[in-house]
Design a protein around this ligand. Structure first.
Ligand SMILES: [Zn+2]
Length: 271
């Protein structure tokens, strides 16, 4: 599932490639992926331009020149591809937005969606999200403040979008590893030092993964070699049975509240 780094990577690429280009066509192959009639979406978009692309948690918000917004959530398995008709991906697409001879393909939007909203509706849709972890307003103190009174496993806390926005299964495990904390460790048992370590790990993992194009390997466009580069740098996620880089232990896989969890039982601890 795309998380903060994958969406941040898409945000950068989209800002580079589609901002200010006039939209020339809209194709909707799956009406459930959008929130208005396909003709209404096309009527609103054709001739309009995306003037700004913003990321909020795992969402992207496309700001249109008429003040409206397109809110995108890729959920499980959603992907974006940008290219010509000849480069069309060999998978079914749910929505396509054309910019002249280039097309932005939305792939795998089964649970994901692309909604046309007003500013107010967009704000309402995002209102319950917790703060951004790499925002300038975030710091160690504020992070510790957000953990106060929280219970349960670190993993469950990190993936809770109402506490922090943007972390999912992969990066929660990578962050716990980086902090040398067990993902199953309880939040209320963390010392101030462990919380400081956890916050440093959050910043390091999210910023490095964003710069490396995230872990999902399908390129965004022809010639894109950055997207997915972080996959090779994941230390525990999807690495059950592999050797831990840090201590030589063996990575194990378990479950917390029906979520997959990967960690090294040798060098990750309760606090
Ligand atoms: Zn280890």
């Amino acid at each position: 599932m795309p998380e903060f780094p994958e969406m941040e990577n898409y945000r950068r690429l989209l800002s580079e490639h589609v901002v200010n280009l006039p939209i020339t066509g809209v194709t909707v192959n799956r009406e459930k992926s959008i929130n208005v009639e396909p003709e209404v979406l096309a009527g609103r978009l054709v001739g309009a331009r995306i003037v700004f692309v913003e990321r909020r948690g795992k969402h992207l918000v496309f700001h249109l020149n008429d003040g409206r917004r397109l809110l995108l959530h890729l959920m499980l398995g959603g992907l974006l591809f940008y290219g010509t008709e000849e480069e069309r991906p060999g998978r079914s697409t749910q929505v396509e937005i054309a910019f002249g001879d280039k097309i932005l393909f939305f792939i795998g939007l089964r649970l994901g969606y692309l909604h046309l909203l007003s500013v107010k509706e967009t704000e309402a849709a995002l209102a319950k999200l917790g703060p951004e972890l790499l925002d300038r307003r975030m710091n160690g103190e504020r992070f510790a403040e957000l953990l106060k009174g929280r219970r349960g496993a670190i993993k469950s806390l990190l993936v809770n979008q109402q506490v922090f926005a943007g972390i999912g299964n992969c990066y929660a495990d990578e962050i716990a590893f980086e902090a040398a904390l067990l993902p199953t460790a309880s939040v209320q048992g963390l010392s101030p030092e462990s919380i400081t370590r956890l916050y440093a790990a959050v910043r390091k993992v999210l910023s490095e993964a964003s710069e490396a194009g995230g872990y999902m390997e399908m390129p965004f466009m022809a010639g894109d070699t950055l997207t997915g580069s972080y996959n090779d740098r994941c230390k525990v996620y999807d690495r059950e049975g592999e050797t831990c880089e840090r201590c030589g232990g063996t990575i194990v896989k378990t479950e917390i509240s029906s979520r997959k969890v990967f960690y090294c039982p040798e060098c990750q601890h309760e606090h």
